[in-house]
Design a protein around this ligand. Structure first.
Ligand SMILES: Cc1cc2nc3c(=O)[nH]c(=O)nc-3n(C[C@H](O)[C@H](O)[C@H](O)COP(=O)(O)OP(=O)(O)OC[C@H]3O[C@@H](n4cnc5c(N)ncnc54)[C@H](O)[C@@H]3O)c2cc1C
Length: 491
C-alpha cells in the first residue's frame, strides 16, 4: 500500500501566497517584494558600474561556484576582476572527463574536480536549501537567468542535474566577459606574492607574476597544492573533522519499493537520507550523503595513482541504479600529525591504498555489503555504474578499522530503516574521501586571512562551505565585502 500526506492551504492573492509559503514546513521561503527589487533578474537590472579605485584589481582564483559568484558580483559592480582557473572551459573539460572515465587518461588540471564550474559541474546538482530570499535570492535569480529551470525558485529540494549545469556555465561565462571580467583558463596559481606582510598577487604555473589585490582564493576541497602554497605564504589554518567512507549502490527499484511500497510508476525515483548514532564508544556515527537517485558512481580523482569516488546524476535521473555515500566521522585525532595538512595526508593514504587494491589502473575496489558484514572479501560484485570498472576486494584493506566498524554499524541500522539496504543487491565502491576540506583557513568576519591581509580564503576549500549553494553564497558575500568597502554607493 502506498500512503502519502498532503496539506492544502488556500490563499487569496499574492500576499496570501507569501504568507502560506513562509509557514510551510517543507516549503521555500519566497522572495519578498524588496528582494525582487534588490536582486532583479540580470536583464532587468541595469549594470550598476562605479569608478572602482584604480589601484584595486581583485584576483579571483578558481571558477567553481564560490569563485564564479564572487567574480559575478564584483563584475556587476564594475570591478576590473581577473578570474583564474587551472582547468578548461566546461565544453573542453567535458572531453577531458570523458577521456578519464572511458580510458583512465587523467588530466591533472582539467578533470572531475578541476575546471570551469568546479567540483559542482560534474555533480548531481542538488541545490538543497529552503530559502530563496536575501543573498540566496541573488544567487538563485542568476542561476535561473542563465538557464536553470525557474522551478528551482520554488522547490525546497531542487535538482539541476550535471547536464543542465553544463548549459548554465557557458552563459555565466559570457556574462562575466560582457561585464569586463578577464577570464583565463588553463591558468594555475602556484604561489602567492607577499610584500610587507600583505598578499599582493599571484605566481602562475608558467612562472609569470600577476599583481592585484585582494586575492580571493576559491580553489575547492581537492587543491592540496594550493593549500600548501597558501600556508607557505603565511595564511594560518587549523585542522577540521571530516567524514570518509564509500559509495553504496543499489538497483533504483529496490529504493523505490522500500520508500513507496510499490513500483514507482510516474513518481520520481525515490531517495533517502539516513543517520546512524550508535551508543557512545560502540562505533562512530555515520550518515548517508549526496544521495543520487537514478545516478552514477563516478571516478573523481585529480591525482595519478589515487582512486576517489563520488556520485552524480543527469537531470532526468534515468539510470536504473541509485547511489549515496555512506560516510563515517573522522576527527583530527585520526590525522598523522598536528599540522593543517595532516588531514589531507590521511585522505591521500586511503586514496593510494584504493589505487593498489583496485589493481593500479583507476579501477575502484568494491565489496558486496553482505560480504563486508560477513567479514569476507568479495569475489564478484555484479553490475555497478562505475565506468572505469571495479575490482572485488575487502574494504578493510582500504579504510582504517574504526571507519569499517562505523560503516558496519550504520549498514545494519540503515537496513532496519530501509528494507534491502544491506541486502544481496547492495555494493560498496570505495573510497569516498573528498567529502569536504580537512582544514579551515582562519579569517576575519570580512573574510580576510587573519595572518595574511590581502588574501581572502573562501568556499569549500577554505573550510567555509559544504555544497554548491553555500560555496556560491560565501563567494557572493566575500565580493559584497569589497563592494561595500570600495563602492559603498552600490552595496
Ligand atoms: C562528483 C561530485 C558531486 C557533487 N554533488 C553535489 C551536489 O549534488 N550538490 C551540492 O551542493 N554539492 C555537490 N558537490 C560538492 C560541490 O561540488 C562543492 O561543494 C562545490 O563545488 C564547492 O565549490 P567551491 O567553489 O568552493 O570549490 P570548487 O567547486 O571545488 O571549485 C574550485 C575551483 O578552483 C580551481 N582551482 C583549484 N586550484 C586552483 C589553482 N591553484 N589555480 C587556479 N584554479 C584553481 C579548480 O579547478 C576548481 O574549478 C559534489 C562534488 C562532487 C565532486
Amino acid at each position: 500500500m502506498w500512503l502519502a500526506n498532503y496539506r492544502v492551504d488556500l490563499c487569496d492573492g499574492a500576499a496570501g501566497e507569501a504568507a502560506v509559503l513562509s509557514r510551510a514546513p517543507h516549503g521555500v521561503r519566497a522572495l519578498s517584494d524588496r528582494d525582487e527589487r534588490r536582486y532583479a533578474l540580470v536583464e532587468e537590472a541595469p549594470v550598476r558600474r562605479a569608478a572602482w579605485p584604480g589601484d584595486q584589481r581583485p584576483i579571483v582564483v578558481g571558477a567553481g561556484p564560490g569563485g564564479l559568484f564572487a567574480a559575478l558580483r564584483l563584475g556587476e559592480a564594475g570591478a576590473p576582476v581577473v578570474l583564474l582557473e587551472r582547468g578548461e572551459p566546461v565544453e573542453r573539460r567535458h572531453h577531458d572527463v570523458r577521456a578519464f572515465w572511458r580510458r583512465g587518461e587523467l588530466d591533472r588540471d582539467s578533470n572531475v574536480v578541476f575546471g570551469e564550474g568546479g567540483a559542482g559541474a560534474f555533480s548531481d546538482g542538488k541545490i538543497y536549501t529552503r530559502r530563496r530570499d536575501g543573498d540566496l535570492g541573488w544567487i538563485f535569480r542568476r542561476l535561473v537567468d542563465h538557464g536553470a529551470d525557474p522551478q528551482v525558485l520554488e522547490e525546497g529540494w531542487a535538482h539541476l542535474g550535471t547536464d543542465r549545469i553544463r548549459e548554465i556555465l557557458p552563459r555565466l561565462r559570457q556574462r562575466l566577459v560582457d561585464l569586463g571580467v578577464d577570464v583565463r583558463f588553463r591558468t594555475r596559481v602556484d604561489a602567492f606574492l607577499v610584500e610587507a606582510g600583505r598578499c599582493v598577487g599571484v605566481r602562475l604555473g608558467d612562472g609569470s607574476e600577476l599583481r592585484g589585490a585582494p586575492v580571493i582564493v576559491a580553489t575547492g576541497h581537492s587543491a592540496r597544492d594550493t593549500w600548501a602554497a597558501m600556508l607557505d605564504a603565511g595564511a594560518a589554518a587549523e585542522q577540521r573533522p571530516i567524514h570518509i567512507g564509500a559509495r553504496i549502490e543499489h538497483p533504483q527499484r529496490l529504493i523505490d519499493l522500500a520508500r513507496y511500497g510499490r513500483a514507482r510508476g510516474d513518481l520520481p525515483p525515490a531517495s533517502y537520507r539516513l543517520t546512524s548514532r550508535p551508543p557512545q564508544g560502540k562505533a562512530r556515527p555515520a550518515h548517508t550523503f549526496c544521495m543520487c537517485p537514478g545516478g552514477t558512481v563516478v571516478a573523481a580523482s585529480n591525482l595519478p595513482e589515487r582512486v576517489v569516488v563520488n556520485g552524480m546524476s543527469y537531470s532526468g535521473r534515468r539510470s536504473s541504479l541509485a547511489n549515496a555515500a555512506v560516510v563515517v566521522q573522522v576527527t583530527p585525532a585520526d590525522y598523522p600529525g598536528s599540522d593543517p595538512l595532516a588531514g589531507a595526508r590521511f585522505q591521500d593514504a586511503i586514496e593510494a591504498r584504493a589505487f593498489c587494491c583496485g589493481g593500479k589502473g583507476f579501477k575502484a575496489p568494491a565489496q558486496r555489503v553482505e560480504d563486508l558484514l560477513a567479514g569476507r572479501a568479495s569475489t564478484s560484485v555484479g553490475r555497478v555504474s562505475y565506468t572505469l570498472g571495479v575490482r572485488p576486494a575487502d574494504l578493510r584493506d582500504v579504510l582504517p578499522e574504526p571507519l569499517i566498524d562505523g560503516m558496519i554499524a550504520a549498514l545494519r541500522h540503515f537496513d532496519r530503516r530501509l528494507h534491502g539496504f544491506a541486502g544481496p543487491d547492495a555494493v560498496l565502491i570505495a573510497p569516498e574521501t573528498r567529502t569536504t576540506a580537512p582544514l579551515r583557513f582562519l579569517r576575519s568576519p570580512e573574510r580576510e586571512s587573519t595572518t595574511l591581509p590581502g588574501l581572502m580564503p573562501i568556499g569549500e576549500g577554505a573550510g567555509y562551505a559544504g555544497g554548491i549553494v553555500s560555496a556560491a553564497l560565501d563567494g557572493y558575500r566575500a565580493a559584497q565585502v569589497l563592494v561595500e568597502r570600495f563602492c559603498p554607493r552600490l552595496a
